[in-house]
Design a protein around this ligand. Sequence first.
Ligand code: NAD
Length: 439
Amino acid sequence: MKIAVIGTGYVGLVAGAGFAEFGNDVTCVDVDAARVAALAGGAIPIYEPGLDDLVHRNAAEGRLRFTTELAPAVAGADVVIIAVGTPQGNYGLGANLEQVWTAGRDVARALTGFAVIATKSTVPVGTADRLKEILAADSAHPFAVASNPEFLKEGDAVNDFMKPARIIIGCDDERGIAAMRNLYAPFVRTADRVLVMDVRSAELSKYAANAMLATRISFMNELARLAEMVGADIESVRSGIGSDPRIGSKFLFPGPGFGGSCFPKDIRALAHTAHGHGIELSVVEAADRANERQKRLLASRVRQHFGGASLSGRRVALWGLAFKPGTDDVRESPALAIADDLATAGAEVTAYDPAAADTFRAQMGDRVSIASDMYAALDGADALVLVTEWKQFRRPDFPRIRSAMRGTALFDGRNIWNPAELTALGFHYYGIGRPRPPR
Ligand code: NAD
């Protein structure tokens, strides 16, 4: 099939390369000329395991191209995938859909025959209907509109895309449904995991999935606070409830709060949609509020440890800046809030991340120093705060940490270290929702 993908961010680039891998002829379009030039020259602008191989192989074999010219990419396409950004609006909590409308208008004028225009961007209920109107106003050709929400996880995006747990196609046009089924047939050869539904249900499904996942995290973070107050260990509670098949063990990890380009903006957009219909999604709104509070927790613990508000003269090391392991994405990462709070309190902050140093620096400027090595970040530190659980942080050389640091305070934001072991080594250990071992 001939496919045009509009937007070459985390979603568009992975999707474009994934469709090309199954033999489709794919052109990826972006308005960012520097990004397109980089991609055309073989540079991959984002860090995502396995993506460089996938892009290079398909580009070399002539099935994957990059351009800023939308019209030739869309001409003759069977399917046009819209994967542009839908950030939080500047003046409210709803999604800003300007990129989608612009793409829609450009696609309408570029159609040369029937095509399915599918939104992979996360968009509020009703977007496909509005997109249909925009397309109809400018297109001289028949088309179908579909909602095809994307469920990939950054850090494991290629795997998720190539082996999807489910594919949702929201469409009310038989020709459109047939084309979308055709597109995804190679992805679901072992079991048909394609769910066809009406457009609005497809749009809502994506927000519902993210809201459910975000709520689980906030629920555990709130329980962790209570566990500390009552002398329980949230890790035992997590095992205790996760073994119930109705609950399941995934997404029950307490931590420094969720971040990323999706959960925070999507739960706000969902709550905003509900308000527009006179309804309050109180659970979803509470999950957002609990998360904002949680992002401030680790820095306030550090301040408490040092006996007050000011951290002047204190050196604090941060391990992990990306919002999750496996990505260079720091959008809404709790590390931003933590670094900001620590620096504001006067601490000298040195951070290390295996992939996100540049993206973090772009947001924080020089308020935080970036070390080139995880142990170098610890030089003379009074405290170490683990924010993102990259694999290399799971079993570090603790005696080396002990001798590199000036102080002894360890703040384990992911509960990945053994409190008793660290206490025996002379550290002051703080987890999330865990009792502090006696010293
Ligand atoms: P991104 O910001 O990384 O990429 C968006 C790209 O679209 C940018 O490169 C931008 O230059 C380009 N663009 C904007 N307007 C354009 C236009 N008119 N024509 C061509 N290109 C244009 O965004 P992302 O993280 O890939 O997310 C895209 C969408 O997918 C969002 O709606 C997001 O919520 C959703 N989503 C993201 C993820 C994720 O993990 N990142 C997962 C599922 C869904």
